[in-house]
Design a protein around this ligand. Structure first.
Ligand code: ATP
Ligand code: MG
Length: 201
């Protein structure tokens, strides 16, 4: 039987409730069989030095998703040398899941700059998108992007009606640095992991 798989890519530096709610909303709304979280290796859009050791980011993703039977974490990008591009990951997953529709789960901020991604048009042909609105992206901007994509590639973008959750990894790192609490921003086990390993100080 054909299955539907969500792919949640991100730096996850660290993974937070915004990521988890987005993934769960996508799973629930689109009836996905599972969601695979894929922490990036060296993300093409971020400076290498500003990104925490991939193993920490991977382990935090494993902890945060442990209580959801539909969630998995894959180390494919962090195990790869050099830059990981979404297109390469999606092509790889297409080979494994030959009978599945892949849904790449993103925030609207990522979707609107998709044209700058490597092989964007091929990517848009290979997978669909499940996208949450973000406050910093206006409805007009988002709508025109979605219309443009859907006209060219068929109905490939599905807009999720998630609430705005204004949590970002950047803010969490800043909070830790300045000694503020991150309780309820991240899962309990991720909070403990950050304390135990003394990261973001
Ligand atoms: P940073 O602050 O370091 O940029 P981030 O919180 O934006 O981190 P990323 O790992 O860059 O997290 O995000 C991965 C994906 O999750 C992106 O598609 C992004 O749009 C989405 N995302 C991140 N935070 C939220 C949120 N609060 N609500 C909805 N989507 C989010
Ligand atoms: Mg971001």
């Amino acid at each position: 039987m054909e299955s539907k798989i969500g792919i949640m890519g991100g730096t996850f530096n660290p993974i937070h409730l915004g990521h988890l709610i987005l993934a769960e909303e996508a799973r629930n709304n689109l009836n996905l069989d599972k969601v695979i979280f894929i922490p990036t290796g060296t993300p093409p859009h971020k400076k290498r030095t500003s990104v925490l050791n991939p193993l920490y980011r991977y382990e935090m993703a494993v902890l945060a998703t442990a209580d959801n039977p539909y969630f998995q974490v894959s180390p494919i990008e962090i195990n790869k040398e050099g830059i990981s591009y979404t297109i390469d990951t999606i092509k790889y997953l297409k080979k494994i899941y030959t009978n599945s529709t892949l849904y790449f789960i993103t925030g609207a901020d990522s979707l609107v700059d998709i044209c700058s991604w490597k092989n964007a048009s091929e990517l848009l042909r290979l997978c669909k998108f499940a996208t949450a609105k973000r406050r910093e992206i206006s409805n007009d901007k988002l709508e025109s992007t979605v219309n443009e994509i859907n006209q060219t590639y068929g109905e490939s973008v599905y807009l999720l009606s998630t609430p705005y959750i204004e949590i970002s990894s950047t803010d969490i790192r800043n909070r830790v640095k300045s000694g503020k609490s991150i309780k309820y921003y991240v899962s309990n086990n991720v909070e403990s992991y950050i304390v135990k390993n003394n990261i973001y100080k």
